[in-house]
Design a protein. Structure first.
Length: 136
């Protein structure tokens, strides 16, 4: 489900066609005929016989992120289980942490910026950034 994925995720819609009827804070799943008369009958009073649930609140950004991560993990797991170690699913899951670790290592092991030290032609005076040091 690519379009309206937030709504689909909120109402647990995994496939199509999925028909849900919302009324007074309740969600009713429709599983009847696809004929117009059946829809009308369901909306008028047939929904009262159907199983209902409270309308779910919108998911938080963390719930959405976790759901996407879980889906990516499951897809990568299935690919690895099937012997496909370099599939797109596996790379999408593995590459971001690897790149972050590499960036961290580059910063950890790159030489620190040293204070500039100048030594003049006469060996009597040594200049460092911010202070002058004179030899005795």
């Amino acid at each position: 489900m690519t379009q309206n994925s937030l709504i689909g995720s909120r109402f647990d819609i995994a496939g199509f066609p999925t028909i849900k009827f919302l009324k007074k804070g309740k969600v009713y799943d429709y599983s009847g005929s696809r004929k117009p008369e059946a829809f009308i009958s369901f909306v008028k009073d047939g929904y009262k016989k159907a199983k209902s649930e409270d309308v779910p609140p919108p998911k938080t950004w963390f719930q959405e992120f976790f759901g996407l991560f879980k889906e990516a993990f499951n897809n990568a797991y299935e690919d690895i289980k099937g012997g496909s170690y370099l599939s797109l699913h596996v790379l999408i899951l593995v590459l971001p942490p690897v790149v972050l670790v590499l960036i961290g290592l580059i910063f950890c092991f790159s030489p620190a910026e040293e204070e500039g030290i100048e030594i003049s032609d006469s060996t009597e005076e040594v200049k460092t950034t911010g202070k002058d040091i004179k030899s005795d």
